[in-house]
Ligand binder design. Structure first.
Ligand SMILES: Nc1ncnc2c1ncn2[C@@H]1O[C@H](COP(=O)(O)OP(=O)(O)OP(=O)(O)O)[C@@H](O)[C@H]1O
Length: 265
C-alpha cells in the first residue's frame, strides 16, 4: 500500500526514539522497589551505557525493555509501539548476557542459527546468514568448532553473532565483557564499535566499568540505588571512529571524572 509523504514523515518521527520510558517503576511482589520513576528516551543509532552500583536496577530495566518482566508503573515504547506483542520484540531486540549461554552440544554455526530456527527461510539461507554473522565477529573459520574448544573471548563473539543474526534494530548487552581479561576486553570493545557503526543499530549496554562506558558510548546513563533511578545521562562528545589513543586524552579523562562524580551522588 502506498503512503503519502506526510504519513511517511509521521512514521519516521514515530520511530526516531527507539526506546521511550516514561515514569517507569518496578516493584517486585516481595515489595522490593527495583526501579523508581525512570524517564529516558533513546534515539535511533545511539550507543548508551548504563553504569551504577550493584542492585541499582540496571538488569531490571533491560528485562522490562526486552519484555521478560512487566513494569508496574509508567509506559515503555519500543520502536514506536507499545510493549506488546512479544513477537515484535523477539525479532527486533537482541540480547547478550555476561555468560555467553551457548549450547555445548551444538557447533558454533548451529548456535548462531538458533534465533533463525522459527523463521520461514530455507536451511541454506539460515546457514548463509549465520556464516555472515560469524564473519562479522571474526570467527568465520570456527563454524564447526564446539563451544568448549573456544576461549572466553571467542565464546562471547559467538554470543554476539547469535544476537546479530536476526538483524535486530536494538541490541541489549548486559555486562557482556565483565568476565574477560583486560586485553580481550579492550579488543572486543573495539570490535563492538566497528560492528555498531557498520550495522547502524541502537545499543544499550550495562557495565560497572566507567572507562568502558565512556570509550564505547554516545551517552552514559548513571544510575543510583535504593530505589534505582537514572540520576544523569551524559553526552560523550568524543569523535568516532574511536581508537585506543582516545583513552589517553584529556577529554576522555574529563568525562570519566564527570561520570564518577555523578555515581557518588
Ligand atoms: N525477582 C526479584 N524479586 C525481588 N527482588 C528482585 C528481583 N530481581 C531483582 N530484585 C531486586 O531489584 C534490585 C535491582 O536488581 P538488578 O538485578 O536490576 O540490579 P543491577 O543493577 O542489575 O545489579 P548488578 O549490577 O549486581 O547486576 C535489587 O535490589 C534486587 O535485589
Amino acid at each position: 500500500m502506498n503512503t503519502t509523504l506526510a504519513e511517511d514523515t509521521v512514521k519516521q518521527q514515530a520511530i526516531e526514539n527507539v526506546v521511550r520510558m516514561s515514569g517507569v517503576s518496578k516493584v517486585f511482589p516481595n515489595g522490593n522497589v527495583a526501579v523508581d520513576n525512570v524517564n529516558i528516551d533513546i534515539a535511533e543509532g545511539e550507543f548508551i551505557s548504563f553504569v551504577g552500583p550493584s542492585g541499582c536496577g540496571k538488569s531490571t530495566i533491560f528485562k522490562m525493555i526486552s519484555g521478560l518482566i512487566d513494569n508496574t508503573q509508567g509506559s515503555i515504547e519500543i520502536l514506536g509501539s507499545q510493549m506488546n506483542p512479544m513477537q515484535q520484540k523477539r525479532t527486533n531486540v537482541g540480547f547478550v548476557f555476561q555468560d555467553s549461554t551457548l549450547l555445548p552440544w551444538r557447533s558454533v554455526l548451529e548456535n548462531v542459527m538458533l534465533p533463525l530456527e522459527f523463521q520461514k527461510k530455507s536451511k541454506k539461507e539460515k546457514i548463509e546468514e549465520a556464516a555472515q554473522a560469524l564473519e562479522l565477529v571474526g570467527l568465520k573459520d570456527y563454524t564447526k568448532s564446539l563451544p568448549r574448544q573456544l576461549s572466553g573471548g571467542m565464546k562471547m563473539r559467538v554470543s554476539i553473532a547469535r544476537a546479530l543474526v536476526a538483524k535486530p534494530k536494538l541490541l541489549l548487552m548486559d555486562e557482556p565483557f565483565g568476565a574477560l581479561d583486560e586485553i580481550t576486553r579492550q579488543s572486543l570493545q573495539s570490535e563492538l564499535l566497528r560492528i555498531w557503526e557498520s550495522q547502524k543499530m541502537t545499543v544499550l549496554f550495562i557495565t560497572h566499568n566507567v572507562f568502558e562506558a565512556v570509550y564505547l558510548s554516545t551517552r552514559v546513563a548513571v544510575m543510583t540505588p535504593s530505589p534505582g533511578k537514572v540520576a544523569s545521562a551524559l553526552d560523550v562528545r568524543l569523535p568516532f571512529p574511536r581508537n585506543d589513543e582516545v583513552r589517553t586524552t584529556h577529554e576522555f579523562s574529563d568525562i570519566v571524572a564527570q561520570v564518577s562524580r555523578d555515581l557518588k551522588f
